[in-house]
Design a protein around this ligand. Structure first.
Ligand code: PLP
Length: 458
């Protein structure tokens, strides 16, 4: 994959000799080698040969403010110089930790009054599982342990958060799931709808499935429902109208905690500050990460209600502690960077930009629908998918799953475009700073890529 002379290049050789990459076929990597990135500037990144790419996936759905923001460098440097590390165990705190929690409460939906930090989205979801179990034990409902999640949902890769994830490759040969979890139907009409089913009928069927499952398992055993407001890694799947309102009503009816995993949706991705704001529902717990620091530093934040806090806090008083926390919980450099990042998102109205540029981006991506390979174009804000199919009149995929996608990724790179490929879908999630003109350039490069894939598969 690497441009230039990867086998005489000592970096590539060292990578092949010593690395194990996430989400990579290790044996293939030994022959293919790495694409080595060197620097970033705005929405662009450059590999070690100096080749420039538009990064239309914001790294991993995450770099809201672009790849070269000096204010974040300054915030990190200042904090490094002042207090590079301190922990938050045993009543200890520091200013960036306090200010960031305060800021998150200020900008999030009103029910959220409390914040807890972790280093990654996976750890955050892991912590949430423990938090829900701890709280249910504390309020005398120890049987309430099961989680409801969705097939194709993504919630991370630790033993417990990976159990919530509903994707085959995150379970097989890892002996997951290890916690009690039920994966329900993926809430996306094109993916899971029956032939001829209307959106309203589909929503009703999904909600019936949830309620039937709760009743079959016993409401007294169901702890929480977790979902991404708009499913990201599943392929940018927009839920049907009324779905989230129905889920919320069922959670209230059966005393089930509702958890919004906003690791991708959070901080403006959909053109609103949070995904639950866009879809108009009220979770009890919200998990955020990625755009919280634009991934310049590892950090995740869990927001939750005062009601949950009170039960939890009372239990800590009873047993003596909340026996949970990481060495780097609320890390001073990460929280200082997050504060500056959120300030920039606000000052530059990047949430508004996501809505405005997202609209133009989607309108232009929609024009790709007439292409012979394109079966569906969908998205919200600055998050979109273009699904490639062999036959537009059918929802069926290619007989060799991922072949068109693999070619598309390689062609896009040739066209100086980094796009995420999931199976045979092209996924776009550009930095929130993208301009209209740059968004149109992404579409133009995607069109050229599709032409090349069409020649390849025909
Ligand atoms: N939740 C969602 C919705 C995600 O998309 C991800 C990662 O992509 C995670 C959780 C896990 O986050 P991390 O990779 O930081 O562990």
């Amino acid at each position: 994959m690497s441009t230039g002379n990867q086998f005489s290049n000592s970096l590539a050789a060292a990578d092949i000799a010593t690395g194990l990459h996430p989400y990579t076929n290790a044996r293939l990597h030994e022959t293919k080698g790495p694409l080595i990135m060197e620097r970033g500037e705005g929405i662009y990144v450059y590999d070690i040969s100096g080749k420039q790419y538009i990064e239309s996936f914001a790294g991993l759905w995450s770099v809201a403010i672009g790849f070269s923001e000096p204010r974040l460098v300054e915030a990190a440097t200042k904090q490094m110089q002042k207090l590079p590390f301190y922990h938050t165990f045993n009543h200890i705190s520091h200013e960036p930790n306090i200010r960031l929690a305060e800021k998150l409460v200020e900008i999030s939906p009103e029910q959220f009054t409390r914040v807890s930090f972790t280093n990654s989205g996976s750890e955050a979801n892991d912590t949430v599982i423990k938090m829900v179990w701890y709280v249910n034990n504390a309020r005398g409902k120890p049987e309430k342990k099961k989680f409801l999640a969705r097939t194709k949902g993504y919630h991370g890769v630790t033993m417990a958060s990976g159990s919530l994830t509903g994707l085959l490759n995150n379970h097989r040969d890892f002996d997951l799931p290890i916690i009690p979890v039920i994966h329900l139907t993926t809430p996306h009409l094109r993916t899971s709808g029956h032939d001829g089913e209307t959106e309203a009928e589909f929503t009703a069927r999904l909600l019936k499935e949830i309620e039937d499952t709760i009743l079959a398992e016993g409401p007294e055993t169901i702890a929480a429902f977790i979902g991404e407001p708009l499913m990201a890694a599943a392929g940018v799947l927009v839920p049907p109208a009324g779905y989230w309102q129905g889920v919320e009503a069922l959670c209230r009816k059966y005393d089930i905690f509702l958890i919004a995993d906003e690791v991708v949706n959070g901080f403006g991705r959909l053109g609103t500050m949070f995904g639950s704001t866009y879809f108009r529902f009220k979770p009890d717990i919200m998990v955020t990460s990625k755009q919280l620091t634009s991934s310049y530093m590892p950090l995740a934040a869990i927001l939750f209600t005062e009601e949950i806090y009170d039960i939890l806090a009372d239990n800590t008083a009873k047993i003596g502690t909340w026996g949970h926390g990481y060495t780097t919980t609320g890390h001073p450099v990460a929280t200082a960077v997050a504060l500056e990042n959120l300030k920039i998102i606000e000052e530059r109205d990047l949430v508004g930009n996501a809505a405005r540029v997202g609209k133009v981006f989607m309108e232009n991506l929609q024009q790709l629908s007439s292409h012979c390979l394109v079966g569906d174009v969908r998205g919200v804000g600055l998050m979109a998918a273009v699904e490639m199919v062999p036959d537009k009149s059918s929802r069926k995929g290619f007989s060799q799953f991922g072949k068109a996608g693999g070619k598309a990724f390689a062609s896009a790179l040739q066209n100086n475009l980094i796009v995420r490929v999931l199976g045979d879908q092209l996924i776009f999630c550009p930095p929130l700073i993208i301009t209209e003109e740059q968004a149109l350039e992404v579409v133009a490069r995607a069109r050229t890529t599709l032409e090349e894939v069409a020649d390849f598969v025909s």
